[in-house]
Structures are given as C-alpha cells and as structure tokens.
Design a protein around this ligand. Structure first.
Ligand code: NAI
Ligand code: MG
Length: 496
C-alpha cells in the first residue's frame, strides 16, 4: 500500500536526509498499515537544522513576546479545529485509544492557551539599589537554540510542553521526535507554521537516538537540551551535555504507587487503580505500577480489581469499544514479557493476563493482556523497576507508616496517590511522599499544564515542566541603571 514520505523541516524547507536513509512508522494495532516513511537523519542533518535555528534566533528573539504569544494562541485555535484529524493520526501511529489521543491533542491546546498568556507576563523583578539614583532590575532572556528529544507515549503533548514555552521565551528549536511517533510532531509543527511561525524557528530532524539525538546533544551551538524518555538514555544525554556545560532538563521514568487505606472509598480507589494502571496501556511515566493496599481490605480489593481487569476490552484504539490499545512496539512487548517472567520467578502470583495476545486480529499488532500480580513484596524487582506496560503489582501493608516507607523505597519519584477519608493522613502523606506529584483520592495520572510537572530521584534532575518551564527556557540578566551622572562605586568598594 502506498504511504506518504516525509522529509526533515530545516529553515522552513522540507529536505531529505543526507544519508538517503529512512524508516517506517507502523500502526501498532496492525503492522501491515504503514503510517509513513520518515528520514533516518544523522549529524549532517542536525548541523543544518542547528544552523537554520541559529540564523532564525537573530530575528525571533527581537519579536515582542506578546506577538510571539499570538502565534501560539492561533496555534491553539488551529489545533482545536484539527483535533479529531490529529487524534486519529496519533492513534494510528501510537496505538492508544481515540479518547486518549483526543486528550493528548487537548493537552497541546491547553498548553498553547496557557503559554500564550505568558507572552504578557514573563515577569522579572525590580528591587532597590544600595546606592542613590540607581535602578536595579532582573529580566528574562532567551537561551538561544534549544534541542528537544521526545518519547512516543505523548506524541503531541510532550513536544508542546517543550516547544511552546521555549518559543514564547524567544528561543528557536530543533526537535528530534521519537522514532515510533514522528507524525504527531509534524502535525503540531504544521499548526505552528500555519499560525504564522517564521521559517527556521522550529526545525524537525527525524531519526534514531544515537544517530540524530546524540549529535543534537553534542552540537556546540545548541545551548540547552530538553529530554523526556528513559532514565538510562537521560543519563547518557546529561553526561554528554555536561562536556559543554549545557543545561539539560530531564523528565524520566516512574514506579508510581497508589496507596489504598482501609478507610478509603473502595469503588473510587478501584476506578482510580484501573485508570492509572491501564490508561495508555500502562505506558505513561505517571502510570500506576504499584498498588499498596492495607491488609484489612486487601482480599476484597484484589478480587474486585482482578474481576474488572479481566473485563477490560483490548483492541485497536480506533474502535469505539476498546478500552486498552496495543503496546507501541515489539520492544515494549518484550519488556512486559520479561517482567512477567521475573515476577513469577520471584514468587509473585499471576492473577490476570501475563502474556502477549496473538489470536485473530491481535496477531497483526503488539497487544499484551492487562496483567495483575498479587503477593508482591517491596524488595522484588517487579516492585522496583519500570515496566512501562499494562502490568500492575499488588503489595499489602499493615500500617500507614509502612505504606509511606514502601512507596518511598524505590529509586524513582514521580507520581503518588493516596486514597483515604482521613485528612490527617492525607496531609502527612503530602508531606512525606518522595515524589514530584501527590494526588489525594485521584489516580497517579492526570497532570494539568499550569502546575509543575516532574519528579525527584531517578525521575529528573530538578527541572520542572508545566508552570516552571519558563525557568528552563530563559536565563536571568541583572540590569543596573545609574542616573546619578557620577561614578558610584558599589558598597563593597566604598567601605570606610
Ligand atoms: P528512550 O529513552 O530510548 O527514547 C527517548 C528518546 O530519546 C527518543 O526520541 C530516542 O530516539 C532518543 N534517544 C535514544 N538514544 C539516544 C541517545 N543516545 N542520544 C540522544 N537521544 C537518544 O525510550 P524508548 O526506547 O522509547 O523506551 C524505553 C523505555 O523508556 C520505556 O520502556 C520506558 O521505561 C522509558 N520511557 C519513559 C518515558 C517517560 O515518559 N518518562 C517515555 C518513553 C519511554
Ligand atoms: Mg508508529
């Protein structure tokens, strides 16, 4: 079947990769359905894109921020008009159900309108000078050319979290989208261009991590890198960037816990667990992968959860009845399969799922049965390592204090959820859970764009997206204006 071929976007022009190589973007629900052919770019293509971004920076940085913001606002409007079209394209290339890809596009719309408002803020500070007739203030400056490397699980939302705040701040960008889902980045950038973004302000270089991502990280004219993906690659990216003292914003994995205390609304906690663990087929950095249940309610909770998991409808995300779509590719299926084997060998009890689905229509895609393990102990690998698939572990605990300890006993620190009716325990958990996000009586997934997004420990390196993204995409300049008409020395040079 004929499929479209895409080029890189460099300086406003569509250019094929220097290597002449390409790769196929496949529909995970049906591998015979080719979404498109994309450039397998290399360092040469990255160099051209960075040069185009550098050239565009000279003029883009001088466009008043409210004007830059108007382009983002218009982009949000275009995304609203194209929401259904882009959501369908995203389900086809990534697999998650239409309701969720509509949500993914909606996240980009929300981000566009939120960040557009920032064009009339970008606040700095004024402060008194220690001297007379001298004025002191701080202003935000753009960083320059920013490189972005994104994953496949939120193919439009994550690029929008990076591009929009970078753009409103006056930066120009080179983005290397995930090799599984480049089309949604193309669609997002198409909306930006149709909204009036000048050529070269955003450039797309498609390709694989080591070939196209690594040269972007290492290019001397790239002033900052924003990365979302695995902790393993995040660590490589940070080390390479450190050679040039390049700031890096890292957003990585999770092993997120939902804690259910025995006073919780059980049905609510079940709804939350089901959505948190199996939404996006478990392929979210904030996915619930550990459910910590207090002993008194554990048997009932487990039985009800398993019953509902077995009823989940797995299938193509384009079909209305589907609740859980395919995993994105064979590699993710292999990871899920591997962790099922690990869990079994550690003595965990398989309560539902546990294998790849291959019958009938499943045979053409990468489907994995929604999986639940019971009897999981906190020290098992299945309780500590990220699976990034539809696999959840039930862990029993005695006391609230023990639950917090187990929740914190891992190397990640992204999202956490607590189900309870006890306000004292809720606030204690908010204080004590080591995570960038804590939900009370809501699942571990569901972040909003105007709050800080990110985590502690192996999840990140201290930066936050969402409300704090502007802090990464700007640098501070201190400004002193002396209107005394004489040399005034600073206090340290003036001492008696
Ligand atoms: P990955 O970390 O390998 O890829 C993320 C991005 O980094 C992609 O655009 C990739 O091309 C790029 N990349 C890979 N190697 C690179 C290198 N040497 N230099 C620069 N860029 C490079 O993630 P992948 O393979 O898609 O998924 C593997 C695992 O990562 C998942 O099973 C999951 O555990 C985790 N992951 C976490 C995500 C999150 O939201 N935090 C998102 C996607 C994956
Ligand atoms: Mg694909």
């Amino acid at each position: 079947m004929a499929h479209p071929t895409y080029s890189n976007l460099i300086g406003g022009e569509w250019l094929p990769p220097k290597s002449g190589k390409s790769f196929l973007n496949l529909n995970p629900a049906d591998h015979s359905d080719v979404v498109g052919e994309f450039p397998a770019s290399g360092a040469d293509d990255v160099a051209l894109a960075v040069a185009a971004a550098k050239k565009a920076f000279a003029t883009w940085r001088l466009v008043p921020a409210p004007k830059r913001a108007e382009i983002l606002y218009k982009t949000g409007q275009l995304l609203q008009e194209r929401k259904e079209q882009y959501a369908r394209a995203m389900t086809r290339e990534m697999g998650k159900v239409l309701a969720e890809t509509r949500g993914d596009v909606q996240e980009a719309i929300d981000e566009a309108f939120y960040v557009a408002g920032e064009g009339r803020r970008l606040f700095g500070q004024t402060t008194p000078s220690e001297l007379q007739n001298k004025f002191a203030m701080s202003v935000r400056m753009p960083v320059g050319v920013v490189g972005m490397i994104t994953p496949w699980n939120f193919p439009m939302a994550i690029p929008s979290w990076k591009l929009f705040p970078a753009l409103v701040s006056g930066n120009t960008c080179v983005i290397k989208p995930a090799e599984d889902t480049p089309l949604s980045t193309y669609n997002l950038v198409q909306a930006l261009m149709d909204a009036g973004l000048p050529p070269g302000v955003v450039n797309i270089v498609a390709g694989f991590g080591p070939d196209a991502g690594a040269p972007l990280v290492e290019h001397k004219d790239v002033r900052a890198i924003s990365f979302t993906g695995s902790s393993e690659i995040g660590s490589i990216v940070a080390q390479r960037a450190a050679a040039n003292f390049k700031p890096v914003s890292l957003e990585m994995g999770g092993k997120n816990a939902q804690i259910v205390l025995d006073d919780a609304n059980l049905e609510l906690a079940l709804d939350g667990a089901l959505w948190g663990a199996f939404g996006t087929t478990g392929q979210r950095c904030t996915a619930t992968s550990r459910i910590l249940v207090q002993k008194g309610i554990a048997a009932e909770f487990s039985a009800k959860l398993v019953e509902r998991v077995k009823r989940l409808r797995v299938g193509s995300g384009l079909e209305d009845a589907t609740e859980v779509g395919p995993q994105v590719n064979d590699q993710q299926i292999e990871t899920s399969t591997k962790y099922v084997e690990i869990a079994k060998s550690e003595g965990a009890k398989l309560l539902a799922g546990g294998e790849r689905l291959t019958d009938g229509a499943y045979g053409t895609g990468t489907f994995f049965a929604p999986t639940v393990f019971g009897g999981v102990k906190p020290e098992m690998r299945i309780a500590r390592e990220e699976v990034f698939g539809p696999v959840v572990s039930l862990i029993e605990f005695d006391s609230f204090e023990e639950a917090i300890e187990i929740a914190n006993s891992i190397e990640y620190g992204l999202s956490t959820a607590l189900y309870t009716r006890d306000v004292n325990k809720a606030f204690t958990a908010i204080r004590d859970l080591e995570a960038g996000i804590t939900y009370i009586n809501a699942p571990t997934i569901g972040a909003e764009v105007h709050l800080p997004f990110g985590g502690v420990k192996q999840t990140g390196n201290g930066h936050r997206e969402g409300s704090q993204a502007i802090d990464f995409y700007t640098t501070w300049k201190a400004v002193y204006v002396d209107y005394s008409d004489k040399l005034q020395r600073a206090q340290i040079d003036n001492a008696e």
